[in-house]
Design a binder for this molecule. Structure first.
Ligand SMILES: [Zn+2]
Length: 125
């Protein structure tokens, strides 16, 4: 069993770019029913590099600060983690892959309808 230590970074310790991307992440996650979205340093026991995490118990998504430097990376991470929320399954399972497509399609659809325009204004791709 892999243990993962999560060190949440308070919003006020993020730079402007990271904060604006986190706001975009929160908007996207909120529309998929995940309301706890934080910047966090993620330390797994085995020292592998983890840039995002979904906690089933806490119904929370954690994003590494490096993924908050570019909106593209933030959105990639958020969609990956949201697919865990929707599928309740691990990476590479059929259920996960199915959910990943649904989450990606819905996110694009919501972008096109202008749902995230208010936060997108401040974001750099
Ligand atoms: Zn994953």
């Amino acid at each position: 069993m892999l243990n993962i230590y999560i060190d949440v970074i308070p919003d006020n310790e993020l730079n402007d770019v990271q904060m604006n991307n986190l706001k975009l992440a929160r908007a996207i996650c909120g529309s998929m029913g995940v309301y706890n979205v934080y910047a966090a340093r993620i330390y797994p026991d085995d020292h592998r590099n983890i840039v995002g995490l979904y906690s089933v118990n806490k119904q929370a998504i954690y994003i590494s600060p490096i993924q908050l430097m570019k909106a593209r990376d933030t959105v990639d991470t958020v969609i990956h983690e949201l697919a865990h929320h929707v599928s309740k399954s691990h990476d590479n399972t059929d259920k996960y892959k199915e959910s990943l497509k649904i989450v990606a399609d819905e996110t694009i659809m919501r972008c096109e309808t202008g749902m995230y325009d208010r936060v997108l204004t401040y974001v750099n791709w």
